[in-house]
Design a protein around this ligand. Sequence first.
Ligand code: SAM
Length: 245
Amino acid sequence: TAYGFRTVDETEKQGLVNTVFHRVAKRYDVMNDLMSAGLHRVWKDAMISWLAPSKRPGYRALDVAGGTGDIAFRIVEASRRMADVTVLDINGSMLEVGRERAEKKGIADNLTFVEANAEELPFEDNSFDAYTIAFGIRNVPHIDRALSEAFRVLRPGGRFLCLEFSEVDMPILDKVYENWSFHAIPRIGQAVTGDGEPYRYLIESIRKFPNQQNFGAMITNAGFSRVTWRNYSGGIATLHSGWKI
Ligand code: SAM
């Protein structure tokens, strides 16, 4: 099949990822709740508390692979609607859903939506106080390019935070998780969108993603200091933090 477990090259990978998110955009939010059994909300809330965005005017955050806006909206709320947040995504269909949601929440004035690639950010050096990316970096073909772009656009003293699926380090939970990923997730995908194959591909990309330690080393290599991480739900999700000094 088009999404089988063979290796795909980088251009092809981005094409597959784009097809998946274009197709699923309108049902993305409900899908997230089903596939993570609601846990993604807990992990995202934890990300925002670790970020602790400033409540002073002028605070600027960039949420890359921001999709339908979950992280950006939380930053705006946590800043008491002071922050200016840019939601960047390669997929216009996801951003469109995000824009509609922002209007409904009445926070559109705090947000800017930009269609672009995480590997080539259309911003000047040193422009943001914070860079966030949630469940996005795994989809980017050249992770090292995305990380060095993150470093470039952050101001000195700026904060990098990345939430991503990672290596489960708890016995029993790892088996439950594996079963859930390989059987339940493609079935939910099939039931909701009529096609389970893209989800098999996404699950495979989780398995291929570097573990906590190795991903931490990549962040350090991109230039970040004081790189640390926290595991959630036994490592199903991990939040990496770094600083541009
Ligand atoms: N951050 C949102 C969240 O946590 O709900 C959305 C995450 S969604 C799983 C992954 C997003 O990454 C999709 O919206 C997809 O379009 C975006 N994406 C994939 N490749 C990208 C790239 N190279 N540059 C920017 N965004 C990309």
